[in-house]
Write a protein that binds this ligand. Structure first.
Ligand SMILES: Cc1cc2nc3c(=O)[nH]c(=O)nc-3n(C[C@H](O)[C@H](O)[C@H](O)COP(=O)(O)OP(=O)(O)OC[C@H]3O[C@@H](n4cnc5c(N)ncnc54)[C@H](O)[C@@H]3O)c2cc1C
Length: 597
């Protein structure tokens, strides 16, 4: 049986020591969120994650969801867990108090989300999608719509979905065919087929609020002709009670590689009543509000799975005995040494750990900027935060999910053949992690977003929101002995980013394929440089507390510094290889004859 303990110590380190949570408490509306309160919320989140959600993770995988005549049932225990989840207020933690939310800073909410993803990512998708619907409606809905729909979504009484994908269009939403015909009473009749709709139908909540992308009769072709509609499963009456069933149904659920506890639904809309959200033909922009939040959340799914997979790999490596240490027996009382003594096993564990802790610190930075964007009343600070979060969204989504899958696979490798066997519950993490690289825009599309949109945006201003603080940090720590061995590696990674950026911008002017060909390598290169920066920042905080003695607190900080060293020496050098690949350009792939594939 797998194990999971929420990594509260590391989360607190990121929240309070690395980024100083008291500054977050000073933002408007945050006065109540003292470090003590945040810690107690994290502890409660750890409890529900470990005790309620985690025990259902394997059950959900084994049983999956079932479909019968349009009715979808979630796995055993999900309904009760969802009730407990809602009663505990977990659907509302970061939502606006005006709609019944608790207004918790995103910095802490993101940590809570990570715990839910570690414990049970399939379950987490139900409230996760609702949160996305909340964000889209809050940003684009009318006041009347917000009042009417948001409180029930925030409380978890109703759940939400995003209905974009159709059988013939996933990435290329410009081809979308679902129609919306205006009715005399101001509503619209929605007709069309959507596929792969997460939480499209289930038995957890009494109503489901679908946000559906569709075309108006006079809409221009392509993405400029897409509008967003709110289409509930049940039409609420004036008094708030549920009225008749709307004209839609779930026609099937998918049988998938993983994420079995999450219902992935084919939805048929047949003249269903819907309401326009936002302006006509501006639906994609409105949906992007939701998608950006969702993309960060999907990145956190990668991190959450990586954490739980790593914890299990460590536990197994301590316990499993095979062979003897290359440098002499370490456990003479046993028939063999624990596999933890072997360099290759340690390589796998430290690789996982260095990425996980780096990603958590990077996510903390992004969440902090999002919190400033949401709550600050300083216009310049908000603009800077918006730029930074936009730049980092594709990086968090794609790099974290790629790493989530890689780390889950390393955990299987650590278990050897036992990792491949279902009973241990480790192979599930590989299957569950795989989807995050695909949905919310494939990771290839994230890379194109980074190089094609974010880098050139506003004359390259977004990138400066990353480069400037790194350069300032390097400058400020020139005389810091603790960082002496880290800064050269960070500087070199930064140079690699700058050279690669220049090459891509140059290539963009002559041949757009150069941009596409460099995109995935660039995203990883940029992501590694971002991790190098947060690792250097962590060293700056941890090194003075690392001490020499063996006490537990000092050990935590020592491990931080040692993990940073591992990251800089064993993982960061990949930036050089990535830069070499980018330098080679698009020719090798684009000149290959199509017929020869
Ligand atoms: C379990 C699951 C849950 C999902 N949940 C939802 C949901 O709740 N709501 C929803 O609307 N959708 C959902 N999806 C759909 C998901 O978002 C899409 O599958 C995804 O966006 C990719 O679309 P596609 O599968 O049609 O692939 P395609 O668009 O056909 O892409 C195939 C390949 O081509 C590449 N590609 C496509 N276009 C380009 C391009 N211009 N440049 C470079 N490469 C390109 C892609 O990166 C990919 O590698 C879900 C899917 C799954 C499997």
């Amino acid at each position: 049986m797998p194990v999971y303990k929420a990594p509260l110590k590391d989360m607190r380190f990121v929240l309070h020591e690395l980024y100083d949570s008291t500054a977050i408490a000073e933002l408007p509306g945050n006065a109540d969120f003292t470090p003590e309160l945040i810690d107690s919320v994290l502890e409660e989140a750890a409890k529900i994650s470990e005790e309620v959600l985690f025990p259902l993770n394997q059950v959900g995988d084994r049983e999956g969801c079932t479909y019968e005549n349009g009715v979808v049932r979630t796995p055993t225990g999900y309904r009760e867990a969802y009730r407990t989840f809602c009663e505990g207020g977990w659907t509302s933690i970061s939502a606006d108090p005006d709609y019944g939310g608790q207004g918790m800073p995103l910095t802490a909410a993101m940590m809570v989300e990570e715990m839910f993803c570690s414990a049970n990512v399939a379950f987490g998708l139900y409230p996760g999608l609702s949160h996305g619907a909340y964000v889209a409606l809050k940003h684009s809905g009318s006041e009347e719509q917000k009042k009417a729909w948001l409180p029930n979504i925030v409380s978890g009484k109703w759940t939400g979905t995003m209905c974009l994908t159709e059988p013939h269009c996933g990435t290329d939403l410009g081809m979308l065919r679902t129609k919306a015909v205006p009715n005399d009473d101001g509503t619209y009749s929605i007709t069309g087929n959507k596929i792969f709709i997460s939480a499209g139908e289930h038995d957890l909540a009494e109503n489901i609020v679908h946000l559906v992308l569709a075309r108006l009769p006079d809409a221009p072709a392509g993405v400029k002709g897409i509008s967003m509609f709110l289409v509930p499963k049940f039409l609420p009456r004036e008094d708030g009670t549920l009225g008749p069933r709307n004209g839609m149904q779930c026609t099937a659920i998918e049988h998938k590689m993983g994420l079995n506890g999450s219902a992935t639904c084919a939805m048929s809309f047949d003249g269903a009543t819907g309401w326009l959200v936002g302006e006509p033909n501006k639906g994609l922009a409105a949906m992007f509000k939701m998608m950006n939040t969702e993309r960060l959340s999907v990145g956190i799914q990668g991190l959450g799975i990586a954490e739980v997979a790593y914890q299990n790999a460590v536990a197994y490596a301590r316990e499993r005995i095979q062979g003897r240490s290359l440098t002499g027996t370490k456990a003479p009382e046993k028939q063999a040494d624990p596999i933890l003594v072997h360099p290759d096993v340690r390589r796998m564990l430290l690789t996982s750990r260095a990425y996980i802790e780096g990603c958590r610190a990077l996510a903390g930075w992004v969440a902090r900027e999002l919190e400033i964007l949401e709550k600050s009343d300083d216009g310049d600070a908000k603009q800077a935060a918006d730029d930074f979060a936009s730049l980092m969204t594709p990086v968090v989504k794609a790099m974290f999910t790629d790493l989530g899958f890689e780390i889950a696979s390393l955990a299987v490798q650590t278990y050897g053949g036992h990792g491949y066997i279902r009973d241990h519950g480790i192979e599930q993490y590989v299957r569950d992690a795989r989807i995050a690289m695909l949905y919310e825009g494939t990771n290839g599309i994230q890379a194109l977003d980074l190089v094609g949109r974010k880098l050139p945006q506003d004359g390259g201003r977004l990138l400066t929101r990353f480069l400037d603080p790194v350069l300032e940090f390097i400058d400020a720590h020139q005389d810091n002995d603790a960082l002496a061995e880290f800064l050269p590696a960070l500087s070199q990674a930064l140079e690699h980013v700058q050279e690669a950026t220049g090459l891509i911008m140059e290539g963009a002017m002559t041949n757009r394929d150069e941009v596409g060909a460099a995109s995935v390598d660039y995203l990883r290169l940029f992501g590694l440089a971002s991790l190098a920066f947060v690792w250097a920042r962590m060293v700056a905080v941890a090194a003075p507390k690392a001490g020499e003695d063996g006490e537990e607190a000092a050990q935590f900080y020592r491990a931080k510094v040692q993990t940073a060293k591992f990251f800089m020496e064993r993982l960061l050098p990949q930036t050089g290889a990535l830069l070499a690949a980018i330098r080679s350009g698009a020719a090798t792939m684009m000149e290959f004859e199509d017929a020869a594939f």
